[in-house]
Each structure stands twice: as C-alpha cells, then as structure tokens.
Design a protein around this ligand. Structure first.
Ligand code: 9MR
Length: 369
C-alpha cells in the first residue's frame, strides 16, 4: 500500500487511538484509513462541510471525498468572488473547479449565497458615481441571480438565496421596525427585495431548493419574522423550500433545547431545514477570547455538545435534511480570524487534520442511532 505522508499520519493516529481506546467507533477500517463520518451519518442525512477551491486543488480532495457527502463553498460562490469585475462579468473558473470536483466525487453541492449585505462588490450599488435607483438595483440583482443560478443549474441542488436579512437585539445593526436589516438591498429596493430575489432564483432553476439562511435562528423574534415571511411567500405563490440554520454555536449558546423547539416551529410551516454552517466554539461566547488551548477537558465537553446537537438532528431528521460544518479543520476556521486573530478550535478535525473527540463522539452516535 502506498501512502502519502498525510495519509500515513492519519492512519498512524487512527491505529494509535484504536490501540489505546478500543471500542467499535474507534476501530480503523480495514484499509487503515479513518472511518467516514459522512458514510456513518448517511442513513440520517447528507453530512458535509464548507470547503475552498485551494483545498480541492492542493491535496485535500481525497479527504473531503472520504469524509463528506455534501459541500458548500465557504467564499468562492459569493458575489465578491463571482462578479468582482462588474455587471455581467463573471469569474466562474474556481467555483466551477470546486463544483465539478464535488459532482465527480458523488458529493451534493449547496450554493452560498446570492443576496447578502457582505461580500457583495461595491459596483452593485453605484451608478455614474451616485447611489443606484430601486429599478436599477432590482435589474442588477435579478440579472446576477439569473446568470449565477443559471450557470450552476443542475449542479447545485440548494441555494441560500438571501442570507441574514433580519437582526434582533444587535446593538450595532440598524434595522427597520420589522427587524429587517437596513442593508443596501433593503434601503434601496425596499422590503420586497427578498421576494424579488426568490422569484428570480425560482425562474432560473425551478428544480433547485431555495433557502433563507440566517444565524440565531432559535431567537423567538427571528422565528416570528422568518415564519411570517415564509407564510406570506407561500400565500403569494413565491417558491421557498427551506430555512438554513447557520448554527454558529459556543459552548453555552444556544441551548440544544431552544434549537430543537425552533426546528419544531419552522417545521410547522411546511418547509425543510438544513444546518448550514455548524461549528461549536470552545469559548463560552463565540466572540470571546478567553480560551488559549484545546485542553482535554474542553475537548470532552465539546464532544458532548456536538453529540447533544446531533441527537436532535437525528431525532428531527424528517425536518433536518442536511447538516454541514463550517470548515474542515480548526486551522481553517473563520473563528480564528473573527472578531479578531485568536485561538479557537470549533470543528471536528484539529489543526493537523486529526480527528478530535467530537469526531469520535459523532461516529459512535451514528453507529448507535
Ligand atoms: O467563513 C467566511 C469567512 O472566510 C469570510 O471572511 C466571511 C466574510 O464575512 O464570511 C464567512 O462566512 C460567513 C458565511 O458566509 C455567512 N454566515 C457567517 C459566516 C461566518 O462569518
């Protein structure tokens, strides 16, 4: 058997764990490789991760293919990446490489994200040096959605059409009286920008699942606002298929219970749900900087918390139809750079791409149900 250095390291680590820990979930597969969490969870839902074109091109393709069954581009399919140069001018090469790799490997692809107040190039909102009119911004937004969804038609099975449109209780975020974030889209187009975006996406690919994606989806005011929107869309014949729970969690927040209650409330709307960006920060608050290393005690608590969330996902699998973590290992996590440079370790693989206690806890859970 010829092993690359990384595969050799992974196999040795797996065998070492097997030797000292035993138990079915820690047993290496026959070929000496790590068991696949994606395969273990496949009876319940597709499980996957946010990935980058660089990971695909430079050595991580086999790992991604082995561990996951659905992927999303962490940044490569945002407007800033696809349309930096100007209206109607697209840079699809890297995103295409990522999507084509995924499809050739049998992985599903989520699309993230079409309309967002961040990572959207400035040209969108300016015309001849002045702010765009409502009519121009509608035309540009519709054109962008039509072109991008059309480009990936048949290759991307679910789109985050609008991301983070509502905000409640966040001191620095300006909103309207309904809690709708005063993004350029909301300010220039008006509150119907979400509906216009969903209609354009549905026209561009009638077969894609269309999602509204947000964080803090268990917040009661967000549940109310999102539920009102979904109900209104359904009554008006606007296609919306699902809610994406970003699920950026800390060790304390949100409670697993409040998350499950939210899943049950969204389920009553007759839509599906994806957990789109899961991670569990070692800090008690995701923006805090009080943890400087991943101690065995913290990793054990994190493993338990991952398992507690996945128990809910598995129990609610009629409603939760995909689960993705936001990154493949701790070294690449966005939480190492937000809100500033710091230590964090919120994912299932450590910075050397070795499986953490949380990985083994989920393997065990997947095996026992
Ligand atoms: O992980 C992404 C990070 O690399 C980018 O710098 C950041 C820019 O805002 O976006 C991060 O991803 C975000 C996602 O697109 C939407 N939900 C919150 C995610 C974490 O910030």
């Amino acid at each position: 058997m010829n092993l690359t250095r990384r595969e050799f390291a992974a196999a040795s680590a797996t065998l070492a764990l097997t030797a000292c820990a035993g138990g079915p979930s820690r047993r290496a597969e026959a070929d000496g490789k790590l068991p696949s969490l994606g395969r273990a969870l496949a009876p319940y839902f597709p499980f996957g991760a946010a990935i980058t074109p660089g990971q695909v091109a430079f050595g991580s393709a086999d790992f991604i293919k082995a561990q996951f069954s659905v992927v999303v581009a962490e940044n490569a399919m945002k407007p800033e990446a696809l349309a930096a140069r100007g209206e109607g001018q697209y840079s699809f090469t890297q995103a295409d490489e990522l999507v084509n790799f995924a499809r050739a490997s049998g992985l599903k692809v989520r699309g993230h994200t079409l309309v967002w107040h961040q990572q959207t190039p400035a040209w969108f909102f300016v015309e001849n040096g002045a702010p765009v009119t409502r009519a121009t911004l509608i035309t540009r937004m519709e054109r962008y959605i039509t072109d991008v969804v059309g480009h990936f038609k048949g290759r991307v099975y679910a789109w985050d059409v609008v991301n983070e449109a509502y905000s409640f209780g966040e001191a620095r975020t300006r909103t309207d009286s309904e809690g709708m974030r005063l993004s350029p889209f909301r300010e220039i187009i008006g509150e119907d920008y979400i509906e216009i975006a969903f209609r354009a996406a549905a026209r561009a690919d009638p077969d894609a699942l269309l999602f509204y994606n947000d964080y803090e989806t268990q917040n009661p005011r967000k549940i109310a606002a999102i539920s009102e929107m979904v109900t209104r869309f359904k009554a008006a014949g606007v296609k919306i298929d699902g809610i994406g729970h970003q699920a950026h969690c800390s060790m304390l927040h949100p409670s697993v219970n409040s998350f499950e209650r939210a899943v049950e409330q969204y389920a009553m709307l007759g839509i599906t749900q994806h957990v789109t960006e899961l991670d569990i920060a070692l800090n008690d608050d995701i923006s805090a900087n009080r943890v400087s290393e991943a101690s065995p005690a913290l990793l054990a608590r994190q493993a338990q918390r991952y398992a507690d969330f996945f128990k809910v996902f598995i129990k609610q699998r009629r409603h939760i139809t995909a689960v993705l973590v936001w990154g493949i290992d701790d070294a690449g996590s966005w939480l190492r750079h937000w809100p500033n440079e710091r230590f964090e370790a919120p994912l299932l693989f450590d910075e050397k791409r070795q499986p953490k206690p949380a990985f083994w806890a989920l393997m065990k859970l997947a095996e026992t149900g």
